[in-house]
Design a protein around this ligand. Sequence first.
Ligand code: ADP
Ligand code: ZN
Length: 213
Amino acid sequence: MRLILLGPPGAGKGTQAKKLKDKFFIPQISTGDILRRAVKDNSELGIQARSFMDIGQLVPDDLVISLIKERIKKADCEEGFILDGFPRTIIQAEKLSETLNEMGLVIDTVVDLVVDAKEVISRLAGRSTCQDCGGMFHVQSCPPKVEGVCDNCGGNLAQRQDDNSETILKRLDVYQESTAPLKQFYMRQGNLKTVTARGSVEEIFSRVLEMVK
Ligand code: ADP
Ligand code: ZN
């Protein structure tokens, strides 16, 4: 099963992708996570990506495209994968189709998680992430038992560098301008499914499952 999760920042792509991965035993491929890891490691990729990420801009297409091309050819992707945060531009989507074509594969379903901008802003501004296991918490909707400490593993919680109000607004602009057009792209291919991303994580997950079955 090859899936794409679409939707604005804060729509819950990462959360739903993790649940899909646990259910179907296929890898979750998050370009955001891969890039953040590269920044942390100070790798060549990280050095190139950092300045864009810090201000809420997209990292150049060629960087993420070559990263994804390599990743989806790995053995653990044979049974499928969940793309979370990629593609984000029409060029990325076209290159992805091309690469899959060469491999004799297609994307089965594109799930578009729909949520309004106001909701997104409050989700992102209150969000904190475990530095160790990636677990996510929120000051209002899902507070950790102990402030700053992960419920799952005891790791440190931190706000993402780009979850400040100025950068959040920039990311939403970039989404509208560069990523939202992908909906038309996949609608034309006939595999776009729309899911309302309001309610609890479990509610949203059951809607997502309906769409990927
Ligand atoms: P969010 O969806 O919450 O904005 P992500 O973790 O998916 O967060 O991405 C964080 C940042 O990483 C983006 O703002 C962008 O700079 C970079 N990034 C992630 N995926 C891509 C991509 N496919 N193309 C270009 N840049 C990307
Ligand atoms: Zn943790």
